[in-house]
Design a protein around this ligand. Structure first.
Ligand code: HEC
Length: 206
């Protein structure tokens, strides 16, 4: 079958030619100083400004831009470790790094209803609207495990997400703490011992 033999020969010669000319540039097997041959331009090399370099495009001549006013930092390098991470050393901290006031709880209620209620429900029972649209793993906030969870760990859950819950780092730090204060209020609302009620309400209960 000479035809087949010629075909194989042609393939072998083609491979040797390509590897001979192009080498193994840009592959993981060989370290070449030269970039790989690109048939379609690669995004590694593109028109861009490097940090701190000049630019004639912007009026102030700088390529680096200041953040847009109102930008929310994802990681806030504030002094207070607990306020920004929920950690105290190598463990979750408990308590609030900001004063818990009626105003804070009211702010937390508003932020909770905007950010959390869609999944967790207005009372935190885990029955928000998203459940009807297939987000079935939403946790109820009224479980002993979450009642006992340190505030710092809840802060971390909001900031970084947990399991099937996404992260909400765009919520301002103080607002995250406000939300946690409101979560505590919700938890108390569903699980308050009767003898902690004021006299008149306790009478109503009977
Ligand atoms: C898009 C839906 C969604 C939103 C919005 C959402 N969560 Fe969740 N959350 C979940 C799901 C799903 C879980 C269960 C995660 C798991 O166990 O995998 C969860 C779990 C939790 C838990 C328990 C974590 C644990 O340790 O088990 C807390 C606390 C919590 N969410 C608080 C919040 C707060 C506060 C907000 C608002 C800032 C919020 N969530 C917004 C879906 C959501």
């Amino acid at each position: 079958m000479p035809l087949l033999r010629y075909f194989f020969l042609a393939v072998v010669i083609a491979v040797i030619t390509v590897v001979g000319l192009a080498g193994l540039r840009g592959t993981a097997f060989h370290k070449f100083s030269r970039p790989p041959i690109e048939l379609v331009p690669d995004m590694d090399r593109q028109a861009k400004f490097k940090a701190q370099s000049p630019s004639v495009f912007f009026g102030d001549g700088r390529a680096s831009r200041m953040p847009v006013p109102g930008t929310v930092p994802l990681e806030n390098p504030v002094e207070n470790e607990y306020l920004s991470t929920g950690r105290m050393g190598d463990r979750w901290g408990a308590g609030f790094p900001v004063p818990v006031t009626p105003a804070l709880i009211a702010r937390g209620q508003e932020r909770f209803q905007i950010n959390c209620a869609i999944c967790h429900g207005a009372t935190g029972a885990g029955n928000g609207m998203a459940k009807q649209f297939g987000v079935t793993t939403v946790a109820s906030l009224h479980q002993d495990r979450l009642r006992d969870m340190p505030e710092g760990e809840i802060f971390h859950t909001i900031s970084k997400g947990r399991g099937t819950m996404g992260a909400y780092p765009h919520i301002k730090l103080e607002d995250r703490w406000a939300i946690i204060a409101y979560v505590r209020a919700l938890q108390l609302s569903q699980n308050a011992p009767a003898d902690e009620l004021p006299e008149n309400l306790r009478a109503k209960l009977k």
